[in-house]
Design a protein around this ligand. Structure first.
Ligand SMILES: [Zn+2]
Length: 260
């Protein structure tokens, strides 16, 4: 419990950490180039598995409700790819009672039966057994909920993600990924990364330009994002790198103090 109290204490003293980001227009040329080279047949499905709201204990003032999204990418060669798994099915069925006491203290969480990722995939005609890859932005409970359903998948996460997410006191849910064998668990090695657009280090996962891992950090140690090159234009799947738009607009880079 002392870890959780430490988090609350530090968060209670929180002050915005303002760091100006790159000029977004610098990436416009790269976006146009990406779209011209996009892989035809690449599709993105967006699902909302529920919502949650950060406690004033963490951010100092009431924060708005935000969705707990999960994404399924259809790759014409590689098959189905999941990016983040949303809330667990139990949250819709049992409510917050299914979550760890510290998680319930720090977040208000809501879902409904049938809103978990697996149920919504099946309703959309997507078989969880066909998922070849699961990419996890980070290991917080609202991003790994449906992970146990993807038993045929290889998992991809950020550097040190598994070792750094063992404490449920910090909002992680390590049991959701504990079953994944070591040979099916892969962590990005950004020492082999290359700069792309405004990003310092990226990895072209399939060497076809369709999906780049981007080094994150800030929200949790080893967090990652995905830049997806859809035919309609590039999309950034950012995990919790941006939790609320007002934080992005104010260049406030860190509201939750869990980074190493
Ligand atoms: Zn998070």
């Amino acid at each position: 419990m002392c870890c959780a109290l430490a988090v609350v204490c530090v968060a209670g003293c929180y002050r915005p950490n303002v760091v100006a980001g790159p000029v977004i227009s610098e990436g416009a040329g790269a976006a146009a180039h990406m779209q011209a080279a996009a892989l035809q047949g690449l599709r993105l499905h967006v699902f909302n598995t529920g919502m949650n709201r950060v406690s004033p204990l963490l951010v100092g003032s009431p924060a708005p409700w935000r969705s707990a999204p999960a994404f399924v990418i259809e790759h014409p060669v590689r098959g189905l790819i999941v990016f983040d798994c949303g809330l667990a099915e139990e949250v819709g069925r049992e409510g917050e009672a299914s979550l760890h006491p510290v998680t319930r203290l720090l977040f208000k969480t809501r879902s409904l039966p049938g809103k978990d990722l697996v149920s919504q995939m099946r309703a959309a005609g997507l078989d969880p057994g066909d998922v070849a890859y699961v990419i996890l932005s980070h290991m917080h409970f609202d991003h790994v909920g449906a992970a146990p359903a993807f038993t045929n998948a290889s998992f991809i996460a950020g550097p040190g993600a598994r070792a750094n997410s063992v404490s449920r006191m910090n909002g992680f849910d390590p049991e959701r990924i504990a079953w994944v064998d070591a040979d099916a668990w892969h962590e990005a090695d950004f020492s082999r990364g290359e700069p792309f657009a405004t990003f310092d280090s990226t990895l072209d996962v399939f060497s076809d330009g369709s999906l780049r891992l981007i080094r994150g950090g800030g929200h949790t140690a080893g967090g990652i994002a995905v830049l997806l090159n859809l035919p309609a234009g590039p999309v950034l799947l950012a995990g919790d790198l941006v939790v609320h738009f007002d934080w992005l607009r104010s260049d406030d880079v860190q509201r939750i103090v869990l980074d190493a």
